[in-house]
Design a protein around this ligand. Structure first.
Ligand SMILES: Cc1cc2nc3c(=O)[nH]c(=O)nc-3n(C[C@H](O)[C@H](O)[C@H](O)COP(=O)(O)OP(=O)(O)OC[C@H]3O[C@@H](n4cnc5c(N)ncnc54)[C@H](O)[C@@H]3O)c2cc1C
Length: 278
């Protein structure tokens, strides 16, 4: 099978997509330079895919958006967040990770994205740069990228994330979360209640409609553990939850549990870190 794979430069998720694509057949990796414009980039991919039997990309926001445009242009079905392919059956992650679905993927070419962090990264391969057509639709395009406000550590790639929920209480009270994150070299995260209240920007939100993290350690402070939040946090290898309610749902997911007031516990952890380091 000939497989067209869309990859982005220095992108771990693209290398993971490449790994799954290689199990399908002969891979041709392509990329596109310049400002991201979903309709124009999809057109370039469609033009490059004339003899492709499958089109694959990473299950990132961009990969999913781009292949949705490709599928619409080709009038073919699209399976997002696939973890395995056997014949015309795909296994894919749905509902923020609470459902694993096996589905028949009809259509030609097969169009799919690969669920993040479900494959080992492949070795990089030679990548062909595609050009946009002169009449490409660039009505919607990225003009500027604004850095996340997580102290320079990206939420998605951070090894440690310290996150606060409604229990933190206010925007100002996030100072203790930021302090602990600074001491751990961590990114600051939060729940949707916090972004809805305007205490933190949406870029800090962990969850189904926020960022899906893959940290070694996730410290959840004053977060109840709603399924939509856990959908973004469960990629963490270890979860430490600090919550005053011993019945909080997050304790059923956490590896380490501290029952108590975060306003006492978080500063105490920071003070202890300073003490052992001095
Ligand atoms: C379609 C959809 C998508 C969603 N997407 C997301 C998403 O991406 N991310 C997300 O987070 N949510 C998402 N939500 C919202 C989600 O359902 C929850 O409402 C939200 O996660 C709850 O946030 P929270 O845990 O901060 O607040 P709460 O559920 O109110 O929990 C606050 C916790 O703080 C504890 N607490 C209070 N005071 C203290 C204290 N002093 N010390 C210690 N603990 C304390 C409480 O015991 C409680 O457990 C989504 C919902 C929907 C319907």
């Amino acid at each position: 099978m000939s497989v067209l794979v869309f990859v982005e430069p220095e992108d771990e998720l693209s290398l993971q997509a490449l790994a799954l694509a290689r199990t399908l057949g002969e891979v041709r990796a392509v990329s596109i330079e310049g400002a991201y414009a979903p309709a124009a980039w999809a057109q370039a991919l469609v033009e490059a895919a004339t003899d492709a039997e499958a089109i694959v990309a990473a299950g990132s926001d961009r990969g999913n958006e781009l292949l949705a445009h490709v599928a619409a242009r080709l009038d073919q079905p699209f399976a997002a967040n696939v973890t395995a392919v056997a014949g015309d059956t795909v296994t894919r992650i749905r509902w923020g990770g609470s459902l694993i679905e096996e589905a028949r993927l009809h259509g030609s070419p097969r169009i799919l994205t690969v669920a993040p962090h479900t494959q080992p990264a492949a070795e990089p391969v030679a990548v062909q740069q595609l050009s946009l057509a002169a009449d490409a639709d660039t009505t919607v395009r990225v003009l500027e990228t604004v850095a996340e406000s997580s102290g320079g550590v990206s939420l998605r790639d951070a090894k440690v994330v310290v996150s606060g929920g409604r229990g933190v209480g206010s925007s100002e009270a996030f100072a203790i979360i930021e302090e602990l994150a600074g001491l751990l070299g961590a990114a600051v995260g939060c729940s949707r209640v916090v972004t809805s209240a305007g205490w933190r920007p949406h870029t800090d939100q962990v969850g189904q409609t926020g960022t899906k993290i893959s940290a070694d350690l996730y410290v959840a402070c004053g977060i109840s553990g709603a399924t939509q939040h856990i959908a973004g946090a469960k990629g963490a290898k270890k979860i430490l939850a600090i919550n005053s309610d011993p019945e909080a749902p997050i304790f059923s997911t956490a590896d380490y549990a501290v029952v108590g007031d975060l306003h006492e516990i978080v500063p105490a952890i920071s003070a202890e870190l300073r003490r052992v380091r001095s």
